[in-house]
Design a protein around this ligand. Structure first.
Ligand code: ADQ
Length: 468
């Protein structure tokens, strides 16, 4: 089998025998181990060496490099995270556009392609990840690289009306059409891309998902990312640590726990969630002392202004809730800015009565799937899930909420905290079936199979021949 070459913005080498953290890393790592290959990208160092450093563990070579401060500011902090991230999450109000940042973004994509080229073999297949690397395939084609190249977008693809707010959208999405295969999290995202291709570009779209635009033939399909449910189930049930603390308040009285785990990001709807919890305690005072809310939210992109402001707002809200309701022996909200080991998170998920996952927009949201997979089948908790998380398409048996409706979320929390066992089991079983039907292996295998399979051009030619 030909090698796999994975390109992602951030690469953290995984030593053999060590566990990868997070969905993307686990999925990609397993695929690389199965057929051997290269994982190429930024090593996270700023002002570090632009020289390519290579280290090999087993049959995987990690080829990484640093970014200069200027490139970090233009490409990563600038165009990727201050223009694309907010716009793809429907937050034009938070987006800014600077031409020099866009140029820096394109430059980094070009440098990455140039550095990858000498490492490539003619039959390698290349799998590129996420919004940092939209022009990557176009840069490869410019260098004469003819390998199959696929792209997976981890975040939402917004409606064309939103996308066109990006000043160079035509140029940018033209480069996206250089990929052979483009993968999206949900049908809504794929449809939005199709709308853009039809309306903005006047491209052609076939019923099998193949498209033609700017003289390129390519396919666009849905591959919902997921988790390994059995592995999570095992990790969660084995965890014997702090879990015992959950389920009791400070004086040992029984207490239900609501848990949320997110990167600290405005797309995750954290402020609205705090307001909903406040509303729950106000509207349904019977839950006071009987419930605690644990919000784990490690800071991310902390050198971007919007993220600093969000952090301050959350601290104020958290202080307000605890100040208003806390008693000497009961703390209603535990707000933790630290990252936690995966096994600890899975253990906490299992012990919590409610998983509260309410992003304003999210490509998929793996925490929703992890929460369900971690539950005790005999006494499962309830998932309260935003309709704007990609995961809501598969996990329709969750209590689906609109994160802009604060009272609606408080009512859903009340319902979740009171839900009888039979209903909890029924919802849990339905969600587990959905997760098992399309787990992380299915995500990875179907994408790689399609990328290695016949190209959109071949399919089109064969169809034309059959029609004659
Ligand atoms: P993220 O926005 O990072 O990912 P998410 O899907 O929730 O969001 O994945 C986060 C991962 O990190 C989960 O596996 C979670 O358990 C872990 N994690 C979160 N907080 C943690 C903490 N405090 N400590 C340790 N681990 C923590 C992007 C998109 C999503 C998409 C994923 C994968 O924004 O929509 O689901 O990529 O495609």
């Amino acid at each position: 089998m030909s090698r796999l070459v994975v390109v992602s913005n951030r690469v953290a080498p995984i030593k053999e025998g060590k566990a990868a953290a997070g969905g993307l890393a686990i999925g990609v790592y397993d695929a690389l181990r199965a057929c051997g290959g290269i994982w190429f990208g930024w090593n996270g160092e700023v002002s570090g060496s632009a020289e390519l450093q290579q280290e090999t563990h087993g049959n995987i070579t990690y080829a990484t490099r640093g970014l200069s401060k200027r490139h970090y500011d233009m490409y990563y902090r600038g165009f990727a995270n201050a223009t694309l991230w907010p716009i793809f999450h429907y937050r034009i109000d938070l987006a800014r556009y600077r031409r020099e940042e866009y140029e820096g973004y394109c430059q980094v994509n070009r440098m990455f392609a140039e550095q990858l080229q000498p490492l490539l073999r003619p039959d390698d297949v290349i799998w590129v990840h996420d919004y940092h690397l939209i022009p990557f395939a176009e840069e490869c084609r410019r260098l004469g690289i003819r390998n199959r190249i696929g792209f997976f977008l981890h975040i939402p693809f917004p409606a064309p009306e939103i996308l066109t707010a990006i000043p160079p959208h035509n140029e940018l999405f033209k480069t996206l059409c250089s990929y052979d295969l483009i993968g999206f999290q949900t049908e809504v995202d794929r449809q939005a891309f199709e709308d853009y291709i039809r309306r903005e570009v006047r491209g052609l779209v076939d019923s099998d998902g193949s498209m033609t635009a700017y003289g390129h033939n390519f396919r666009a399909k849905v591959y919902p990312i997921s988790v390994m449910p059995d592995e999570i189930q095992q990790t969660a049930s084995r965890y014997k640590g702090r879990r015992n603390l959950i389920g009791c308040n400070a004086v040992g009285e029984p207490c239900q726990t609501i848990i949320s785990v997110d990167r600290l990001d405005y797309s995750k709807g954290l402020i609205e969630r705090f307001c909903a919890y406040d509303e729950l305690l106000q509207r349904f005072p019977e839950h006071r002392r009987n419930v605690q809310f644990v919000q784990i939210a490690p800071t991310s992109r902390s050198d971007v202004k919007t993220y600093q402001t969000l952090r301050q707002q959350l601290e104020t809200h958290a202080g307000h809730i605890n100040g208003r309701y806390a008693e000497l022996d009961w703390m209603p909200l535990h707000y933790l800015n630290r990252s936690h080991e995966r096994r600890v998170l899975m253990g906490l998920f299992r012990a919590a009565s409610v998983g509260l996952v309410t992003p304003l927009r999210d490509g998929m949201n793996l925490v929703a799937k992890e929460y369900v997979a971690a539950q005790n089948p005999e006494n499962p908790g309830v998932l309260v899930l935003s309709r704007f998380a990609g995961a809501a398409h598969e996990l329709s048996a969750a209590l689906i909420v609109n994160p802009y409706d604060i009272i609606g979320m408080a009512e859903a929390l009340d319902r979740a905290l009171r839900m009888p066992l039979a209903e909890r089991k029924e919802r849990y079983e339905s969600m587990m079936r959905a997760i098992r039907r399309a787990d992380l292996n299915a995500w990875r295998d179907s994408f790689i199979r399609d990328l290695r399979g016949p190209s959109a051009r071949t399919v089109r030619v064969e169809r034309a021949i059959r029609a004659v």
